[in-house]
Design a protein around this ligand. Structure first.
Ligand code: SF4
Ligand code: SF4
Length: 59
């Protein structure tokens, strides 16, 4: 079972991952996306595909 990880240094706070995640895994904290519900991930890859800075991976 993979879970999403955000590399904070790469995140520019665009919010795309929050908008596209069907499982509500992310929240914005201090203009960075934080994975708050990793175990809810359904591995759809939408966050990875829509992150402009390649800050997200499933691991
Ligand atoms: S892979 Fe899909 S379900 Fe998992 S965190 Fe990314 S957008 Fe959400
Ligand atoms: S899509 Fe990428 S850059 Fe945008 S908020 Fe999410 S992790 Fe940060």
């Amino acid at each position: 079972m993979a879970v999403p990880k955000v590399e904070a240094a790469k995140c520019d706070g665009c919010g795309n991952c929050i908008d596209v995640c069907p499982a509500d895994c992310f929240e914005m904290q201090d203009n960075k996306s934080v994975v708050v519900r990793p175990d809810d991930c359904v591995e759809c890859m939408a966050c990875v595909e829509n992150c402009p800075t390649e800050a997200i991976e499933l691991v």
